[in-house]
Design a protein around this ligand. Structure first.
Ligand SMILES: Nc1ncnc2c1ncn2[C@@H]1O[C@H](COP(=O)(O)OP(=O)(O)O)[C@@H](O)[C@H]1O
Ligand SMILES: Nc1ccn([C@@H]2O[C@H](COP(=O)(O)O)[C@@H](O)[C@H]2O)c(=O)n1
Length: 209
């Protein structure tokens, strides 16, 4: 018997997944909803130099330790806590420390490839796809990667053309077909976010979606 419901929030990089996922979590008491980010599960690449790491295709499903993510989600569903890794985008590696995440009635998971991997997709009770225009996603990514992830414009441009865009078209965008709800325009779509919150509040009161 599952002790929680899983809400998956997928969409392209820069589409607004993190913003939406945080807005959802914020609407509930801290013991009722938790967030697990797919980004925390990027595979450790200790055998590579930082220059080699920067060239890795981080948008292919093989770059993420989905087995560990699945194991952690199943633990949460059994009412057990997890130690979620912490990923550092500046060094392309996992930190030594972890974050303890307690089991909760609502578990929100966000990430670009959640619906592209059947073993993960199948866990979700509700699948939300954040659908934002490619030009807006790219502009947000350029700003964020330069300001927060220690990148240059040239590195963002090369990565976008070589891996981000082709992998989005191959894996992420086609996975939209599995979504139950598609949210246009991303993080600031308050009407869509409030409708989902209302549905989840009803689930907490009545135990049904
Ligand atoms: N609707 C929006 N309008 C403008 N900027 C936004 C919007 N939604 C998100 N952003 C900004 O774009 C960047 C990427 O958003 P984020 O939610 O982190 O996307 P994702 O998790 O899909 O990569 C962040 O800096 C965020 O503040
Ligand atoms: N070392 C890394 C690992 C991942 N990325 C990029 O992150 C994107 C996914 O994160 P979002 O928050 O944008 O959903 C993905 O597109 C990877 O290219 C990276 O640049 N470096």
């Amino acid at each position: 018997m599952k002790n929680c419901i899983f809400i998956g929030v997928a969409g392209g990089s820069g589409s607004g997944k993190t913003t939406i996922a945080h807005n959802l979590v914020k609407a509930f008491k801290s013991e009722d909803a938790v967030l697990v980010e797919q980004d925390a599960y990027y595979t450790e690449l200790n055998h590579l130099t930082i220059e080699e790491k920067a060239k890795v295709n981080f948008d292919h499903p093989n770059s993420i330790e989905f087995e560990l993510l699945r194991e952690h989600l199943l633990k949460l569903s059994r009412g057990e806590s997890i130690e979620r890794p912490i990923y550092d985008f500046k060094t392309h590696s996992r930190k030594e420390e972890t974050v303890s995440i307690q089991p909760s009635k609502i578990v929100i998971v966000e990430g670009i490839l959640l619906f592209a991997v059947p073993e993960i997709r199948d866990l979700f009770d509700v699948k939300i796809f954040v659908d934002t225009d490619a030009d807006e996603m790219l502009l947000r990514r350029i700003e964020r990667d330069i300001n927060e992830r220690g990148r240059t414009f040239a590195s963002v441009k090369n990565q976008y053309l070589n891996t981000v865009k082709p992998m989005y078209l191959e894996f992420c965008e086609p996975s939209k077909r599995y979504a139950d709800v598609i949210i246009p325009r991303g993080g600031e779509n308050k009407i869509a976010i409030n409708m989902i919150i209302a549905k989840l509040k009803r689930y907490l009161q009545k135990g049904v979606l």
